[in-house]
Design a protein around this ligand. Structure first.
Ligand SMILES: Cc1cc2nc3c(=O)[nH]c(=O)nc-3n(C[C@H](O)[C@H](O)[C@H](O)COP(=O)(O)O)c2cc1C
Length: 445
């Protein structure tokens, strides 16, 4: 929607455009593309609605159902000439499939990304990227969920006993199906495979500039890691493909495993908390200026969108609510050796006023226990309205490490977007030039 702006405002818009153009050309840290995109001021003096959407530099979408042919991801906005390591993307997909407490589906699938567009000779070309992850389970569902109209009984895998805690009932009411099958097919966290593949591209961009993202398991049920984990520990356990729950402390992990075993035996499920750390993030990503530009809010929304995440914490956000102001702020000093302002602590989790402050970004996702239970829950049949037991579909019973990998992907996508909003660039060399100019500015501050 283009909305006409009044005469005075148009003059202001023109002045702003001139200022932006001058800034874009003069300042090493902003490209014209980034600057104009931020304000979305087209030449006719109109402004567009949905400013943040318009200003978004890195866009991504996913498509695909849990038991359909494949999952798809579409990523647009990465600079050209970014080297893409397919092995890294597939390792990320593998990490998402791991974790103690997963159901039989992970044995069927061996997720691999196939890139169809936007990457040639191993590099991005500035065109949209399209990728596909095949669902091997499709072979078992081809007759049940065909694309074409079919003679076979479409009701063969109807789900009329909606599972509490799932999108089953809410989605069926919304889309007017007396069968939750289509809703659950898309609501399923199988979709996070496509997000993880998209997130791997974002990670690749961020890694070019020294920013890394890793995660670990902080809590499973009531079993919590009590000692602080260092970046080195988190980075190591995050990449450890043999670690059952990706907890940095072996004794705590053993207790977590016992808890996962206990819930399986009781036909129950368990939730927990994962922590994601983004290391070596430049200060100045995000903005305090508008509510929807605040990076803490954008990260919280992205993490909250991961299936089963019911709360998000930035830094020590939850515990500091009960403390006094004098106890919780991260006091500042200047480290002459590295030309940087530093903190004695990082309770803010690297974000102040919605802007990165140069400390590690620390975010936590709180996962509810998985809702599909072997122990029947009460529900109502969507057709007969009679009380029945909720449906059971093959299911995980603990997904904290897998949820963390999906969370890492979302954090990477939001950070890469904020990064490109700040530094812009149509080619990697251009982005790097802008980034280096900003680093110089910070060093000389
Ligand atoms: C990696 C991952 C795997 C999941 N696996 C399952 C599963 O096997 N069974 C299940 O009932 N829910 C599973 N979930 C959670 C559901 O997808 C989620 O609870 C459901 O779609 C409803 O969304 P909501 O909990 O965000 O409201 C999983 C979540 C994640 C992050």
């Amino acid at each position: 929607m283009h909305e006409r702006i009044p005469h005075g405002a148009k003059a202001a818009a023109e002045i702003l455009r001139e200022l932006l153009d001058a800034q874009a050309h003069n300042a090493a840290c902003w490209t014209p593309k980034a600057a104009v995109a931020r304000l979305s001021l087209p030449p006719d003096g109109t402004v567009k609605g949905h400013a943040r959407t318009e200003a978004r530099m890195l866009k991504f979408y996913t498509a695909g159902e849990s038991h359909g042919q494949a999952l798809f991801a579409y990523i647009s906005g990465l600079p050209a000439q970014l080297p893409i390591d397919l092995k890294f993307i597939n390792t990320e997909l593998h990490r998402r499939q791991l974790g103690y407490g997963r159901g039989g589906r992970q044995k069927i699938e061996q997720d691999r990304a196939e890139i169809f567009a936007g990457v040639r000779h191993g590099n991005t070309i500035g065109a949209p990227i399209a990728l596909r992850i095949e669902n091997r389970d499709w072979a078992n569902w081809e007759k049940i969920l065909p694309v074409e109209p079919s003679e076979d009984d479409p009701g063969a895998r109807k789900l009329v006993a909606p599972r509490p805690g799932h999108a089953d009932l809410a989605g069926s009411l919304k889309f007017n199906y007396h069968d939750a099958r289509y809703v659950l097919e898309r609501a399923s966290a199988r979709e996070t495979a496509a997000r993880v593949a998209a997130g791997a591209f974002a990670k690749i961009l961020l890694q070019e500039f020294g920013t890394e993202i890793a995660s670990h398991t902080l809590q499973v049920g009531n079993i919590r890691l009590e000692r602080p984990a260092t970046w080195k520990d988190i980075r190591a356990v995050s990449a450890d493909l043999d670690s059952p729950l990706r907890c940095t402390d072996a004794a705590t992990q053993d207790k977590m495993k016992t808890e996962v075993d206990a819930v399986l035996k009781a036909n129950d499920t368990v939730g927990g908390v994962f922590e994601i750390v983004a290391h070596n993030v430049p200060p100045g990503l995000g903005s305090h200026a508008q509510w929807d530009e605040k990076l803490d809010g954008r990260l919280a929304q992205a993490l909250m969108s991961v299936q089963a995440v019911k709360a998000v914490e930035i830094g020590e956000g939850v515990s500091i609510a009960a403390a006094h102001g004098s106890d919780v702020q991260d006091e500042i000093f200047y480290d002459k050796a590295v030309h940087r302002f530093r903190r004695f602590s990082n309770r803010a989790g690297g974000l102040e006023g919605g802007i990165t402050n140069g400390e590690d970004l620390v975010m936590r996702g709180y996962l509810k226990p998985i809702s599909t239970l072997r122990k029947p829950l009460h529900t109502a049949n969507m057709v007969t309205k009679e009380p029945v037991e909720a449906a059971y579909e093959r299911s995980d019973w603990c997904v904290v490490p897998a949820g963390a990998v999906a969370g890492e992907a979302m954090v990477a996508l939001v950070l890469a977007d904020a990064f490109l909003q700040k530094f812009g660039g149509d080619s990697l060399a251009e982005t790097r030039r802008n980034f280096d100019g900003y680093v110089r500015q910070i060093n000389e501050f």
